[in-house]
Design a protein around this ligand. Structure first.
Ligand SMILES: Nc1nc2c(ncn2[C@@H]2O[C@H](COP(=O)(O)OP(=O)(O)OP(=O)(O)O)[C@@H](O)[C@H]2O)c(=O)[nH]1
Ligand SMILES: [Mg+2]
Length: 649
């Protein structure tokens, strides 16, 4: 038993709070690893080690999966895509070799910053295994996980090859597009949505010996495939059986491509192809493989979720776990439910990543106190902007705006903490400064220096000088006046005592002075009050700004999403139109009419998405949800928010 047969794993649960520290796949995987295996007890299992390797990747992934009958050279072709002679293990006997789904993550040869994930699957239709159900799941998983699906077959695209592709006709029973409780997944309507989420389809025909000629003219491999996919007229059983796989393929995979390959070498060398050097392979085959690889590297798309959210290694790992768990539990994997489950985990991670960026942006050694409150709020605003950008880059399907509201609350809490720390730092600094500048004055008081006629005037002069020195000291922060006021108030009885003891002043003069002291104190209190009110105003202003920033960044993100969604829908509509036209040309009116209904639904969806209310409703929801979580100041902000939303109405 070799490595491809022997991996034993336990079921893996989707991590609830994925941490944002996933690194880019810096070291390429030296060899493929089993990602999903058939457990000895039956059923599929995710290999923890492979999952960990996959999830260590934060780069976007281009996922190419290969499926097809067993013993047809699939693993060999995948090695070519990794630009390696060996890698995925090949068998040379008649027994099927690859078991489960194997994965190899390599740096994308054409797209820097992207990882090419190659998925090699267990050969379908193995007579020894005789487990058609397992084959169906392998096929469904390859469709669900890949962005390009290579279907591999031997010889030619004939009726036999088509019938072997019956897995396509069963997809509607094994994949659900929308989560509809109670609805039968086999209802078929789901199939209409598949085209938006399914991979591009490439048919690789191996050991092709025929000439690509049709009705006396040379044709391309693509034309060969399209010709093979033409439908048979008639509605009888024979025609239906003939047409079904073709219809499904055309309906679910509108982006199609075909490559034909000659036999790679003389028969006697076929069982040890990996040992052969390039010059020992048939030149025609070499050229065909080169063209195939160039096509895949150039055109295979980055895996994306509906709505265009780019899938990273981390997300692909989450997808694998979600789908395999669904299959294990006996459910039908549902695209929409998987996305929602992923969104929960990913949005929590987005909040954490944003908070980490906020802390990093402020820096570990933030110098407090700041001179003014505005200075502190500007630092917060900058850090918040960066944090929001991190959140927006990662969040998706936060349709209830729950996660952005949570982020809003947490950032507000951090700002409050920051303000309090700043005040404390300022107060401590000011108290130390006052202790320093008042040392001489206190000594004079202790020594009775002012208890002489005219002592009160001298005391006032020295105190004024002390206040001036205090005012000159830098870096006191926002509590400078409040601390001074406290200090002067605490020394007031002493000042009164010196005043009363001064024999150079008449009683009337003392009374006038006492009144002046009281008026002074009141004036200072008044000033402090005004200062505090100005700070409250500034903080409210800051909350308004913060909310506007949230709305602004959400609006930008939604505009991007709206554009991507409309492009996705437009693409789908264009593909369906093309298919509808082809059906009409081939005389299939009923099928063409059904396509017309699908087109109507898509256009309706497109019209709804393009409405300004698609964005404004989401912005309003953010205000609503945040006000529930954040009742203290949201009332005020809602007023501003309403003004802002007025632009859309
Ligand atoms: N005739 C022929 N043989 C090939 C080709 N490519 C690979 N082989 C040989 O076919 C045998 C099986 O190749 P694999 O790549 O292991 O085939 P597979 O489809 O992955 O097989 P399973 O994993 O069992 O499904 C090996 O001996 C290869 O050397 C090809 O294009 N034509
Ligand atoms: Mg194989």
């Amino acid at each position: 038993m070799d490595a491809q047969h022997s991996n034993e794993t336990a079921p893996v649960a989707l991590p609830q709070a994925a941490h944002p520290t996933a690194m880019a796949l810096q070291t390429p995987m030296p060899a493929p690893i089993c990602l999903i295996e058939n457990s000895p007890a039956g059923g599929l299992q995710v290999n923890r080690e492979a999952l960990a390797q996959l999830q260590a990747g934060s780069q976007p992934v281009v996922v190419v999966a290969i499926v097809g009958l067993y013993r047809t050279g699939k693993s060999y072709l995948m090695n070519q895509l990794a630009s390696r002679r060996t890698g995925f293990s090949l068998g040379s006997t008649i027994q099927s070799h690859t078991k489960g789904i194997w994965m190899w993550c390599v740096p994308h040869p054409r797209r820097p910053g992207h990882t090419l994930v190659l998925l090699d699957t267990e050969g379908l239709g193995d007579v020894e295994k005789g487990d058609a159900k397992n084959d169906t799941w392998i096929f469904a998983l390859a469709v669900l996980l890949s962005s390009t699906l290579v279907y591999n077959s031997l010889g030619m695209i004939d009726q036999c090859a088509m019938e072997q592709l019956h897995y396509v006709t069963e997809l509607t029973e094994h994949i659900q597009a929308k989560a509809a409780p109670g609805a039968s997944p086999a209802a078929g309507e789901d199939g209409a949505q598949f085209v938006r989420f399914f991979p591009a389809f490439v048919w690789a025909v191996r050991d092709f010996t025929l000439q690509l000629r049709l009705d006396g003219r040379d044709i391309t491999a693509d034309e060969y495939l399209e010709h093979a996919l033409r439908l048979k007229p008639g509605s009888g059983q024979v025609a239906q059986t003939y047409n079904l796989p073709r219809q499904c393929l055309r309906r679910f995979f509108p982006t199609r491509k075909c490559f034909v390959f000659e036999q790679p070498a003389h028969r006697e060398y076929l069982h040890r192809l990996e040992e052969l050097h390039d010059d020992q392979l048939d030149p025609g085959f070499r050229e065909q493989v080169a063209r195939f690889c160039a096509h895949i590297w150039a055109t295979a798309q980055t895996k994306a979720l509906p709505g265009g959210h780019v899938v990273t290694g981390k997300l692909l790992g989450d997808l694998v776990v979600t789908y395999v768990d669904a299959i294990r539990s006996g459910a039908v994997p549902c695209l929409e439910s998987a996305m929602l489950a992923l969104a929960q985990v990913e949005n929590s991670a987005a909040v954490e990543a944003a908070m980490a960026r906020y802390s990093a942006a402020l820096g570990p050694e933030l110098a407090l106190p700041t001179e003014t409150l505005s200075e502190l709020l500007a630092l917060h605003a900058q850090a918040e902007r960066e944090a929001l950008r991190v959140f927006m880059a990662r969040t998706f399907k936060d349709d209830t705006r729950q996660f952005q509201s949570e982020l809003m609350c947490r950032l507000e809490e951090r700002k409050e903490e920051l303000c309090q720390r700043n005040e404390r730092a300022s107060l401590e600094h000011c108290q130390a400064a006052l202790a320093e500048v008042s040392r001489d004055l206190d000594a004079c008081i202790r020594d009775g220096f002012y208890v002489v006629p005219g002592g009160y005037q001298r005391f006032l002069g020295d105190r004024q000088e002390m206040v001036e020195r205090y005012r000159q000291m830098p870096g006191k922060g926002i509590k400078a006046d409040a601390a001074l006021q406290d200090f002067l108030t605490s020394r007031e009885p002493m000042a009164q005592a010196i005043l009363h003891a001064d024999k150079a002043l008449t009683e009337t003069e003392k009374e006038v002075e006492a009144q002046r002291i009281r008026a002074d104190a009141m004036e200072r209190e008044q000033k402090l009050l005004q200062q505090e009110q100005a700070e409250v105003q500034q903080k409210l202003e800051e909350q308004r700004r913060s909310h506007e920033e949230h709305v602004r960044q959400l609006e930008e993100t939604l505009q991007r999403e709206q554009k991507a969604l409309l492009e996705e829908l437009d693409r789908t509509v264009a593909q369906k139109l093309q298919e509808q036209e082809a059906l009409l040309c081939e005389g299939f009116r009923k099928e063409s009419a059904r396509m017309g209904e699908e087109l109507r639904q898509l256009r309706e969806e497109s019209a709804a998405v393009s409405q300004p209310s698609w964005i404004s409703a989401a912005l309003a929801l953010l205000g609503d949800v945040a006000s529930l979580m954040f009742p203290c100041f949201m009332g005020k902000i809602m007023g501003w928010g309403t003004q802002l939303l007025g632009r859309f109405l």
